[in-house]
Ligand binder design. Structure first.
Ligand SMILES: [Zn+2]
Length: 255
């Protein structure tokens, strides 16, 4: 395990992540939500920023790219097919490629839906992933630029990772997501248990991120369209999985 993750809160509900490769000394920020908070975190850890790994172009993810690149000379990595919207991009990556970060390697997964050029980074040797706004704890990103079919394909790609994979998502939305999840799958005992645990954690101000693929598979309605209980609750028993996903997403948009 060569990688160390330092997680911190910034803006109203974003998480920032610094990723440090102990072997090479390289340090990346996953996205650039808030320049000052990232610099404070770097100072706390006594790390020097060498890389910016972008998941997508939204301002609370790439808005600090240029300032941090100028300050640190960091290499900006982002999606090849969204390069025109990633400020300062130096290295363009595509689905299925491996990006060498210091002595570690990230597999690139294109996960469109929230935006058309959204990517995730999966460090298989360390069992960790950075998924931006594609998958959330008990949720998924809003479909700003993609179809339900695209997002469902993207989520399936993430769900194909090993259950124990640690998932760093970019926002603390979990409590609101849990409230919604309980309306569509009220009889999932693991979800009920998790929702109680989330309330306890949030009451003490404790982050519910990271999560894991296995936990999401068991409790997140957006990756559970095959659940009979969910299908019955939303009136789509035996429907195509993508239809069940689309209806779940539609209900959340109006929740
Ligand atoms: Zn976003």
């Amino acid at each position: 395990m060569a990688l160390e993750v330092h997680q911190f809160t910034c803006l109203s509900d974003n998480y920032g992540f610094l990723l440090h490769d102990n072997e090479s000394g390289c340090t990346a920020t996953i996205d650039t939500p808030a320049v000052e908070a990232i610099n404070t975190a770097l100072e706390e850890k006594s790390w020097k920023l060498t890389h910016i790994l972008n998941t997508h172009h939204h301002f609370d993810h790439a808005g600090g790219n240029e300032a941090l690149k100028e300050q640190w000379g960091a290499t900006v990595v982002g999606a090849d097919n969204d390069a025109q919207r990633i400020p300062g991009i130096d290295v363009r990556v595509r689905d299925g490629e491996t990006y060498e970060f210091g002595a570690s390697a990230a597999q690139i997964l294109e996960v469109p839906g929230h935006t058309s050029g959204h990517i995730a980074y999966y460090f298989a040797a360390d069992g960790i992933s950075f998924v931006g706004d594609s998958l959330f704890a008990l949720g998924c990103g809003r479909l700003f630029e993609g179809t339900p079919q695209q997002m469902w394909t993207s989520l399936q790609k993430l769900m194909a990772l090993p259950d124990e994979t640690v998932v760093y998502c970019a926002h603390e939305y979990t409590q609101a997501n849990a409230a919604f999840a309980l309306t569509v799958e009220p009889n999932n005992p693991e979800l009920v248990k998790r929702a109680e645990e989330i309330d306890r954690l949030r009451a003490d101000g404790i982050p519910t991120v990271p999560t894991s693929i296995g936990l999401e598979r068991a409790t997140n309605p957006f990756v559970r369209p095959m659940s009979e209980g969910l299908q019955i609750t939303i009136g789509l028993k035996d429907a195509e999985l993508v239809e069940v996903f689309a209806e779940t997403r539609r209900r959340k948009d109006h929740f």
